[in-house]
Write a protein that binds this ligand. Structure first.
Ligand code: ATP
Ligand code: MG
Length: 367
């Protein structure tokens, strides 16, 4: 799939632009603070109906404007899909084929994106929340049911945490209601965990192949799902439900004391090992980067495998962060297959590595 045309109105520092892109490689060149990342962010918002760098959507609306509007034309194997997002202080509207979508899980998945920014190099080293977010964003695009289960899980988690606080402050006494919430939380939690395990195993096998190619077969990468639950490696959902419920029963007094839910996929993590050693702890900077790159490139392949089409790739200032060998692997993995948008302060040796002439956009203060 690829993004053929993008129109922005009052998005970040763009007042009004319409851009036509190459289905291959698009290079956004510009000095600092001109709007390169803003443009990638716009494409991300068009795909995910949310930003990758802020939860406060008002920031996306151009200073002093009432609302922001984004529209894109997506070319897919089966035809053209117009997507629209309108943001205002009242909220957000998302349209597919000019029809408003009541559920965002219905909207997401029409345009699949993978974003690779310098902070993704921290995928290995960063906080667990970084990895959870990465998993949820990627798997959510592949499977709307995953997004739905996750949204339900989060809603119940919020209720349950509120209720635990009430119990903690003795504003409520009834633990029966807590058990009802635990039961619901366990059901959606198990669905989320089970999908994560399945997808992670698939992602791992792609990442292993790529990692092995980059390291010339010298290193073996592996993924591990980390959870407080025992027996978690079994993707059998009913077993996980039972385990979660048992966990909540055991933890009840501790959870009431702390006023929060201590068990479930919102606390889980993923770790990476190279030759059985944890990369986060023992890996060199280079190994951590190679791992992050392998994971990102694996996502491209997993998405292709799951949806039948390659996603589009957004590279924000990453090429300059990678050495020559890693750049070559990256370009080899995408050229001729994946529509790519990459930002750079100036044309450098990158373009000499490309097989086809890229389309170049000079970004200057939102124009
Ligand atoms: P760098 O090379 O430093 O990463 P960049 O070209 O990626 O730069 P962006 O992050 O895309 O820069 O754009 C930053 C500019 O956008 C800043 O000057 C900022 O003031 C402006 N900006 C951000 N949000 C808004 C907004 N809501 N309205 C108007 N301008 C905004
Ligand atoms: Mg930038």
């Amino acid at each position: 799939m690829y993004l053929e045309e993008l129109e922005l109105r009052d998005f970040r520092n763009y007042d009004q632009v319409t851009l036509e892109f190459s289905p291959q490689i698009n290079i956004l060149i510009g000095q600092n603070a001109q709007g390169k990342t803003n443009l990638l962010e716009a494409i991300y918002v068009l795909a995910m109906a949310r930003s990758h760098r802020t939860n406060n959507e008002r920031e996306l609306i151009r200073f002093k404007a009432k609302g922001a509007f984004l529209a894109g034309r997506i070319k897919r194997k089966l035809g053209t899909i117009p997507l629209e997002i309108a943001l205002s202080r009242q909220g957000k509207k998302a349209k597919v084929n000019h029809l408003e979508q009541a559920r965002l899980s219905q909207y997401i998945g029409n345009l699949n994106v993978i974003l690779f920014a310098p902070e993704d190099l921290a995928l290995v080293k960063g906080a667990p929340a970084v990895r959870r977010r990465f998993i949820d964003m990627e798997f959510g695009q592949i499977d709307p049911k995953y997004l739905y289960d996750l949204a339900q899980y989060k809603a119940i988690l919020k209720q349950r945490n509120n209720y635990l606080k009430q119990l903690q402050q003795k504003k409520a006494q009834d633990t029966l209601y807590l058990e009802v919430l635990s039961e619901q939380l366990a059901t959606f939690g198990a669905a989320v965990i089970s999908k994560r395990l399945t997808f992670l195993a698939e992602l791992e096998s792609y990442a292993q192949e790529i990692h092995s190619a980059i390291t010339q077969g010298n290193e073996k990468l592996a993924f591990h799902y980390e959870s407080n639950l025992k027996d978690i490696l079994d993707p059998d959902e009913s077993k996980t439900i039972t385990e979660l419920k048992r966990g909540y029963a055991n933890l009840q007094s501790k959870e009431i004391l702390q006023g929060t839910t201590l068990l479930g996929p919102h606390r889980d993590d993923v770790s990476f090992t190279i030759d059985k050693k944890n990369v986060q702890i023992y890996g060199s900077q280079g190994q951590q980067r190679t791992t992050a790159l392998s994971v990102k490139l694996a996502e491209i392949e997993l998405m292709k495998h799951k949806t039948g089409e390659y996603p589009i790739l957004l590279l924000d200032d990453v090429l300059s962060e990678l050495d020559g060998a890693r750049q070559t692997h990256l370009l080899k993995a995408i050229q001729g297959k994946v529509q790519t948008f990459l930002t750079t302060p100036g044309l450098s040796e990158i373009t000499q590595r490309l097989i086809k002439e890229p389309k170049i956009f000079h970004i200057d203060a939102g124009h």
